[in-house]
Design a protein. Sequence first.
Length: 126
Amino acid sequence: MQTWADQYGRTYAIGDSRWIETDEDFENIEVEDIDATNEDEALPEGEDEEIPDLSSKKVHQAFAHINEDGTFFYREKISWESVMLGNWFEVQEASFDANGWPIEITSTITMGETNISVHWQLIKDK
């Protein structure tokens, strides 16, 4: 696999790539028993309360390309897959000059119905 590194030492895979990160911490949450004050709310004897699946994972999908002039383009979408985090993802796009310095960076985060977008661009003074 061919890679490319920017001036900050980050390495990017050229072409399409995909990887998954899991969050093991969410899988070890303890459920605390609470004494039911109303007998109607109490579970029948011998039945345990069902523990919800709180696990989560981040799915990364990326694309990187080196242009003929040596400039580099990178796009990554990170989607969180979890019962607790519906419709939550982040998209990062960046372009770099032939020496690996950033020219333009765009970051968009979607959390449910809310979008946050930041755009940074290098403007050369003539």
